[in-house]
Design a protein around this ligand. Structure first.
Ligand SMILES: [Zn+2]
Length: 453
């Protein structure tokens, strides 16, 4: 080896070790005007958080915290600190452009819209890059943890999770579900039977009977998933879903069940699933049962108000609806969802929230679109504090990670975000997250000029 080569190697090693030391100092003190505890609603003002080795060591008034010598100090001025945000329901590997109405009608295949089908048969490499971009954009908007609930190809989300953890690509802490479990039902209608299975196996594991249900969980567990996702329709039986839940719990995995209508919701409750995703048509009696069994309702207000239209309008020509009729339909949809939120809150059932984001939202990054969807819960009548709980402390509990994430407390992972104003007065502050820290590493800091990146 030439001297030159040795010298450049030495420089590389020096720079590398120096950079590592820079990105994660032994101790960091984050100071801010306010710190909100989502569980109690209490505000600590002024506040400081001491971080060591990627974890929260101490939280308190700045005057009471002992700063270790050599600690890096990040002063966020008057900003409000919150726990890192958690999107409990997302689809990083889908970036669907809603097809025009005529095309949708002609190619209708149940819930399995043409845009979704296209995503599956596209190049898996291209899809992986979409997933990586969505993950980075989610993190930049303040989502330090996300639960990806399906549509990632065979191993997209487990590989992305591992890649993020290795430092190959930036992204949130990711809970991956691998392939989604479905019945051979309305989800996948009208596909060519000679070709369908080869395509569908890229995305789903089928539940046809209790043995296959158990096998599907084992396949995903073998692949190292963090959670099991099931799409429940009227074909799914209680014994089949119970078999999924038993096997998943044996593997220490929680089961998230897509259930929007009354019958699948009852199947999920009777099978003791861990969370009901969407839950739009849940009855008061079912909410009572969910509360008694400790089952979470994971609200996804993605179709609330005109959110979906904003996504679809640029690409779709919608048959003009008479204005009075359109207004009526919109008002009915809003009223239904407002009532759902009110009934969930009144029932005492546990709740959390997710964006269910899977579309291309023109003009917004994935993170911006996702947080914009979730804060719609405020318009639907939820208090700002409950909206924040649903994507922090409640979310951490639903994911089974309450001891790691969801609040700013000693012993937890150092996942923090900060906004300039008061998110209780104006929930849209969450759409303008100015500071993001994950595992003690600064991802974004727009509050300190010299540190903005
Ligand atoms: Zn979904």
């Amino acid at each position: 080896m030439s001297l030159n080569r040795i010298f450049s190697l030495a420089v590389t090693i020096f720079v590398a070790t120096h950079l590592v030391a820079e990105s994660l100092p032994q101790a960091t003190l984050v100071k801010a005007g306010r710190l909100l505890d989502p569980r109690t609603g209490n505000v600590l003002s002024p506040a400081a958080v001491l971080i060591e080795n990627g974890k929260i060591k101490e939280v308190g008034a700045p005057s009471k915290l002992q700063t270790p010598p050599g600690a890096k100090i990040i002063d966020l001025g008057n900003a409000t600190l919150l726990p890192g945000l958690i999107d409990c329901h997302t689809h990083l590997f889908l970036d669907i452009i809603v097809p025009p109405e005529l095309e949708q009608q002609r190619h209708y295949n149940g819930f399995f819209a043409p845009g979704m089908l296209l995503a599956i048969i596209e190049s898996p490499s291209k899809r992986a890059l979409v997933g990586a971009q969505s993950a980075r954009e989610d993190l930049e908007s303040g989502f330090t943890t996300i639960r990806n609930l399906g549509h990632s190809g065979i191993d997209g989300d487990t590989e992305l999770r591992d890649g993020i953890n290795r430092g190959n690509v930036p992204g949130p802490r990711l809970l991956a579900c691998g392939r989604k479990l479905i019945t051979r039902g309305s989800y996948v209608q009208n596909l060519n039977p000679a070709l369908a299975d080869a395509i569908l196996q890229q995305e789903f594991l089928f539940i046809d009977g209790v043995d296959q249900a158990r096998e599907a969980v084992r396949r995903n567990a073998f692949q190292g998933v963090d959670v099991i996702k099931v799409t429940a329709d009227e074909n799914l039986t209680v014994p089949e879903l119970t078999s999924v839940v038993d096997e998943a719990h044996r593997e220490h995995l929680k089961v998230a069940v897509h259930a929007a209508e009354r019958v699948p919701i009852q199947t999920a409750i009777d099978s003791r699933a861990d969370s009901i995703e969407h839950g739009n048509e849940v009855t008061d009696e079912q909410l009572k049962q969910a509360r008694d069994k400790g089952i979470f309702i994971d609200l996804t207000p993605t179709f609330y108000d005109s959110f979906y239209l904003k996504i679809a309008q640029p690409s779709i020509v919608i048959t003009p609806e008479p204005p009075a009729q359109a207004a009526q339909r919109k008002a009915r949809g809003k009223k239904d969802y407002d009532q759902l939120v009110e009934r969930v809150l009144k029932s005492g059932a546990k709740f959390a929230a997710g964006s269910d984001m899977c579309w291309h939202y023109p003009g917004k990054t994935r993170g911006e679109a996702s947080i914009n969807a979730v804060v719609k819960l405020r318009d639907a009548g939820m208090s700002s504090l409950d909206v924040i709980r649903s994507i922090t402390s409640n979310a951490g509990e639903m994911l089974g990670w309450a001891n790691r994430i969801g609040t700013i407390e000693p012993g937890k992972l150092a996942d923090l975000v900060a906004v300039s104003g008061d998110p209780i007065l104006d929930i849209s502050e969450l759409e303008r997250v100015r500071f993001v820290m994950k595992d003690g590493r600064v991802i974004r800091n727009y509050l300190q000029d010299n540190q903005s990146r």
